[in-house]
Design a protein around this ligand. Structure first.
Ligand code: 3PG
Ligand code: MG
Length: 390
């Protein structure tokens, strides 16, 4: 069931959205998650619900902190909806909700200002969930980017209220099912980002599913080192070397083609204007650090993507925030855009990178709003926020 089959007119509907957007002061630098949340909120408002949106922003750790206020998000959401979004600065605000007329929309302040939201103590979480549930007659779970968190607004509130899955979560899950249940082959996954330790579970699981695994970004250096090459000053997780050696042999055993960078942009230091030279990935000088994949790797990765029928990509190939070191990430994105495959960009940094680099969002089959959530799904984990909506 979705809320499309539910009569919401005149009812107070609590929508858990993921509005965790990057901010520069009070300026939203990427509003992708707000835009993705609009259709569900809009549909509910148009059907005459009193819509109460709740969400988190950043990690204020259970204390009010104006740096993490959702106020700028309320303003942007209002612009996108073309209607005012009531915002009071309180997390649980009965008065605000009582003042709503049918079709009105309100946004509660950052849920993570309350310690109960993220508490590991079931009773504390439940107590906060009771307060949130008291504001509404129906719960709509639509915060895909947070479904992997066992938090009050994600996991406990739906146990206390009649609940339905929102359109965004439904769409995201459909895409993930297509990746996990019988994907069209060749199935190629590209992973990047800084730390291999964030991706251990997903790599282990993907090695049993994919035809090819391309590794770029900071995590590639731990793979290169595990193969016996020196990586200079590049990012390296020494404590993950054994694990990564295990992945390398597992890939061989399973016939998965594991593709690493063959060249890198080796910079003198970590800075926007740091000079670099292109070096072979096997010959990184001791005093240099790799900040992006090199031109040969850009081509190699593009070739490895060309015949794919299904592609999942998570994590930038280099420090794309620095213009000089954005070409690897751009090349991968462009290869996906050219591809005829079912192409999925897995949330977080890679989705932001696509927009930041000015690439057309409609060049991909799907850009997910959840990085961690997609990865945990692909890892085969049960996600609390999805479980709660069953
Ligand atoms: C995200 O940005 O990944 C989601 O909004 C979840 O946020 P979190 O990682 O701080 O729980
Ligand atoms: Mg995260």
């Amino acid at each position: 069931m979705t809320f499309a089959d539910t009569d919401v007119r005149g009812r107070r509907v609590l929508v858990r959205a993921d509005l965790n957007v990057p901010l520069d002061g009070e300026t939203i630098t990427d509003d992708g998650r707000i835009r993705a949340s609009v259709p569900t909120i809009k549909a509910l408002a148009e059907q005459g619900a009193k819509v109460v949106v709740c969400a988190h922003l950043g990690r204020p750790k259970g204390e009010p902190n104006q740096k993490y206020s959702l106020k700028p998000v309320a303003a942007r959401l209002g612009e996108l909806l073309g209607r005012e979004v009531a915002f009071s600065g309180k997390v649980v605000d009965e008065e605000l909700v009582d003042g709503l007329k049918d079709g009105d929309v309100a946004l509660l302040e950052n849920l993570r200002f309350e310690p109960g939201e993220e508490s590991k103590d079931d009773a504390a979480r439940r107590a906060f969930a009771q307060k949130l549930a008291g504001l509404a007659d129906l719960y709509v779970g639509d915060g895909f980017g947070a479904v992997h968190r066992k938090h009050a607004s994600v996991y406990d509130v739906p146990e206390l209220l009649p609940h339905v899955m929102g359109g965004l979560v439904a769409a995201e899950v459909e895409v993930l099912k297509r990746l996990t249940e019988n994907p069209e082959r060749p199935y190629v996954v590209i992973l990047g980002g800084a730390k291999v330790s964030d991706k251990l579970g997903v790599i282990a699981n993907l090695l049993t599913k994919v035809d090819r695994l391309l590794i770029g970004g900071g995590m590639a250096y731990t793979f290169l080192k595990a193969q016996g090459y020196e990586v200079g000053q590049s990012l390296l997780q020494e404590d993950q070397l054994d694990q990564v050696r295990g992945f390398l042999s597992e890939a061989i055993k399973r016939g998965v083609e594991l593709v690493l960078p063959v060249d890198v942009l080796a910079a003198t230091h970590f800075a926007e204007d740091a000079p670099y030279e292109v070096v072979a990935a096997t010959e990184i000088p001791a005093d240099r650090q790799g900040l992006d994949i090199g031109p040969k790797t850009r081509e190699l990765f593009a070739t490895k993507l060309a015949d794919a029928r299904t592609v999942f990509w998570n994590g930038p190939m280099g420090v794309f925030e620095f213009e000089e070191y954005a070409e690897g990430t751009r090349a991968v994105a462009e290869a996906l855009i050219r591809s005829q495959a079912f192409t999925v960009v897995g949330g977080g940094d890679s989705a932001a990178a696509v927009r930041r680099l000015g690439l057309p969002e409609d060049g991909f089959s799907h850009i997910s709003t959840g990085g961690g959530a997609s990865l945990e799904y692909l890892e085969g984990k049960t996600l609390p926020g999805l479980e709660a909506l069953q």
